[in-house]
Write a protein that binds this ligand. Structure first.
Ligand code: NAD
Length: 372
């Protein structure tokens, strides 16, 4: 596992203190205590599981969007179309951490009743790490698949073979419950990397690995700076050549066209400098399946056990320690960071302090809460 060693200026914050800081900033900005807690739960868990791209580094962006009037406090999932096992929910640009949680709760209850529920969630502000929603379904014993698209800002990801970005990092997730409480969670951006990972590299002053980015002219680059500055920017490539490129297109259509939340086109992308400030709008089509209603619940559990054991019994390749299944790296990282703390690079920490000041919390108050 990669080391969490920090550079000068970076901070290491214990998870409960990081949670306290995060919740305090959102509460100070007018979120209810429950909303502030849910946002903090989500962001800190993203850091704990190793996805810093979707952790507390998103806090400054959320506060910016809220102050710009393109993310709203204290809203709840609104059911706008109800056909029982098929339900459409509008987030009205409320905090995604509340809206998506409530949308999954509605879907889980219905899947328990009908065996399946399709939840079409539209217009939520950023819903963060999609695995969080898969884990919520898995904890209730449900299998779930999530297709997500993103708009409200300019495109970031080039289609397969394209030199210009046409959509964003469109994540996909499938989660399979396991009686041990350790589900299989496949959760990734369909781009080579999540945009937040480019942000983290940019903030750390590091280069990206080859093969992830192209510049505005369409030429390969390792410089995360290609994604900043005046438009046109460079693009992130999709993963897995035409296969990942195809899945990215499917995610935009499933999440954007089917839910009514709209696909990523010039109609729905907003450029910095336009009259409407940019934001992060997520739409998500979720299919939740209750394995108990398919008549093979016992067999399903046995098959999951046997198959995963069989997969993991493969002799590791040279240089590979162990064959892992999706979800395992996140659990290992979580155990390590829960014990040792969450490393936050100096730029991200400064951005968090800036955001805290904007809502009226001093650097000293934050440092004291964080214990740094
Ligand atoms: P990633 O490339 O780190 O891939 C993560 C997935 O791969 C996980 O399921 C993990 O368990 C699995 N995995 C990793 N190493 C493995 C190994 N050695 N063996 C087996 N499985 C392994 O993820 P990413 O593409 O950088 O995405 C990061 C996060 O960003 C995700 O949580 C995603 O949902 C989120 N995201 C959200 C949005 C949004 O709009 N809300 C957009 C893009 C990405």
């Amino acid at each position: 596992m990669a080391s969490d060693a920090t550079k000068p200026g970076d901070v290491m914050v214990l998870p409960d203190r990081l949670h306290q800081v995060t919740a305090a900033i959102f509460e100070k900005d007018g979120c209810s205590a429950e909303e502030a807690k849910l946002i903090a739960d989500h962001l800190v868990l993203a850091n704990l599981t190793g996805h810093d791209s979707h952790g507390v580094g998103m806090l400054p962006r959320y506060i910016e969007d809220r102050l710009n009037g393109v993310c709203h406090r204290n809203l709840h999932a609104e059911i706008v179309l109800d056909h029982g096992a098929v339900v459409t929910i509008d987030g009205n640009l409320g905090y995604g951490q509340v809206i998506a949680k409530e949308a999954m709760e509605i879907g889980i209850e219905r899947a328990k009743k009908f065996g399946v529920c399709v939840v079409a969630l539209r217009n939520a502000h950023h819903i963060g790490r999609i695995g969080h929603w898969g884990e919520q379904c898995a904890a209730a014993g449900m299998v779930s698949t999530h297709y997500v698209n993103v708009h409200g800002h300019h495109a970031l990801v080039a289609p397969f073979g394209g030199a210009e970005a046409r959509f964003t990092t469109n994540p996909y997730c499938t989660a399979i419950p396991h009686k041990s409480g350790a589900p299989i969670v496949l959760d990734f951006a369909t781009s080579q990397v999540a945009m937040g990972k480019v942000r983290v590299a940019f903030n750390k002053g590091e280069q990206m690995e080859p093969g992830l980015l192209i510049d505005a002219a369409g030429a390969a680059t390792n410089d995360p700076g290609a994604m900043w500055g005046p438009l046109p920017h460079g693009s992130i490539l999709t993963f897995g050549a035409h296969k990942g490129g195809g899945l990215a297109v499917i995610c935009d259509l499933m999440a954007g066209a089917l839910t009514g939340g709209l696909t990523h086109t010039p109609r729905t992308q907003v450029h910095a400098g336009d009259k409407t400030p940019p934001t992060i709008i997520n739409n998500m089509l979720t299919v939740i399946i209750n394995p108990k209603m398919l008549g093979g619940a016992d067999l399903f559990e046995r098959e999951v056990d046997e198959f995963i054991a069989w997969v993991k019994s493969s002799r590791p390749q040279p240089g590979v320690e162990e064959v892992l299944t999706p979800g395992e790296p996140e659990r290992a990282r979580k155990a390590k960071r829960t014990a040792e703390g969450v490393p936050i690079d100096a730029t991200t920490w400064r951005q968090i302090l800036d955001a805290a000041r904007r809502v009226g919390l001093s650097d000293n108050a934050i440092a004291e809460m964080a214990g740094v």
